[in-house]
Write a protein that binds this ligand. Structure first.
Ligand code: PLP
Length: 443
């Protein structure tokens, strides 16, 4: 056993799978077994595992300028070009971008920039952030406190109390509905809860609300029709900014460029990582609107610097990886491909699993989806301790597909965006065999 504190792993049962190579949508373990990477790693390897254009772009950058920082106004061509390109792509007015290395640090950077901004405009009391139950926003101190998943909070004394975080309902009708309430009634009820909390806290003390357009780690929750429209109207009414965490949804995953496009969200702030570089090099982007940037100039001038930055902010190899990724996305029409195969995938998934006795709900959009595994299809009753999720994940692996049980008993899918219809057929056939097997063992 290697002396590694493995992340998000049961430390009593480490080293389950040793991967040695990848090719297209496949990865191979040290025993020569091949798996479809049905999760694109951790929702991230958009272009699959053997894209030599990407590795070449990174190698060329490393040969030319392996490191440059961007403190004190220093810059380099790949950084400027990437900022230019990304800023032109995102649905944020006159976008400015703070680069980092992970989704967590993008969210921590936003957390700090929001305080910086509201201090700058003379509203220091506007500092609370609303997050949702079942949200996942990373694991650093601020992002980890915005996360609501029990496993990420337990034993860490999280959320950190002084961070002024407010929590509201998860927009999941299937698990959150009361009695025979309709979807529309469910939406109205949870948004009424939210408004009551906003009024009780005082809207002048609330800076922003963070949302994953479609959640990932909590089980791929797709909010009901009408939810975001009403949510945004409510937030605008109370002058609360909309902060979209696009770390999973960004760049083609949901059938459009961004999750915000798919779900009809008009964000003020956006967080990106993962697919921005197809995960070939760590990079994140915290996007803010021009009016926020303008307000941050004066305080930085007073102090002499905007005192936030990482050694690897705008790392040249990371910028080169992201630039090449965005170029391939555009040139090869990867988002259009993902939308087309995504429609096919969603239809086949529903056809295959909607009537399955172990499956309570099939949900998703584009190339992200989940099966909610239930012990009673009529009542939607769940299995304790994620037993069905764990059994199905294991059976999938035995059938040559890597999927991930998340949020208890949801079996999540998030394959590379380059997956073909034939590969989708193969993946779903294998998962069907695995879910049948899990059902037999759980009966
Ligand atoms: N935000 C979302 C929506 C995520 O899914 C994740 C990671 O899965 C993060 C933030 C954190 O990203 P990272 O693991 O790169 O810190």
């Amino acid at each position: 056993m290697a002396s590694v504190v493995y992340p998000t792993t049961n430390l009593a049962a480490t080293e389950q799978l040793n991967l040695v190579r990848g090719d297209g949508i496949y990865v191979f373990d040290d025993k020569g077994n091949r798996y479809i990477e049905g999760m694109a790693g951790l929702w991230c390897t958009a272009l699959g595992y053997s894209n030599s254009e990407l590795t070449q772009a990174i190698a060329t950058q490393l040969d030319t300028l392996p490191f440059a920082h961007s403190f004190g106004g220093k810059t380099h061509p790949a950084l400027m070009e990437l900022a230019h390109r990304l800023s032109a792509m995102v649905p944020v007015e006159d976008a400015y971008i703070f680069f980092g290395n992970s989704g967590s640090d993008a969210n921590d950077s936003h957390f700090k920039m929001l305080r910086y901004y509201f201090n700058a405009i003379g509203k220091p009391e506007k500092r609370k952030i609303i997050t949702r139950e079942r949200g996942y926003h990373g694991v650093t101190v601020a992002a980890g406190s915005l996360t609501s998943l029990p496993v990420n909070l337990a034993h860490f004394d999280a959320p950190v109390e002084d961070l002024n975080i407010l929590r509201t309902d998860a927009p999941h009708y299937y698990t959150g509905r009361k009695g025979n309430e309709t979807e529309a009634q469910f939406v109205d009820r949870i948004l009424q809860n939210l408004e009551e909390m906003i009024l009780a806290e005082d809207p002048d003390t609330i800076a922003a609300m963070i949302v994953e357009p479609i959640t990932g780690a909590s089980g791929v929750i797709v909010p009901p029709e009408g939810y975001y429209e009403k949510l945004q109207a409510l937030l605008r009414k109370h002058d609360i900014l909309v902060w979209a965490d696009e770390v999973i949804c960004g760049f083609g995953r949901t059938g459009n460029d961004f999750g915000c496009t798919t779900m009809g969200i008009k964000p003020d702030l956006m967080s990106f990582a993962k697919q921005l570089s197809s995960a070939y090099f760590p990079i994140s982007a915290a996007v803010i609107p021009g009016w926020m940037y303008e307000a941050m100039i004066e305080p930085s001038n007073q102090v002499g610097v905007f005192g936030h930055g990482f050694t690897y902010s705008g790392h040249p190899a990371a910028c080169a990886a992201a630039l090449k990724t965005l170029e391939i996305f555009e040139r090869d029409k990867v988002f259009e491909h993902a939308a087309d195969v995504g429609d096919y995938f969603q239809a086949l998934l529903r056809e295959t699993f909607e009537d399955h006795p172990l499956v309570g709900e099939v949900r998703g959009k584009g190339l992200i989806a989940a099966l909610e595994l239930v012990s009673n299809k009529t009542t939607g009753a769940s299995f304790a301790k994620g037993a069905a999720g764990a059994a199905a994940q294991k059976a999938c692996e035995e059938n040559g597909v890597i999927l991930r049980a998340v949020g208890g008993n949801a079996l999540a899918f998030c394959p590379p965006l380059i997956i073909t219809r034939a590969e989708v057929d193969d993946m779903i056939a294998r998962v069907k065999t695995a879910v049948d097997h899990a059902y037999d063992t759980l009966k």
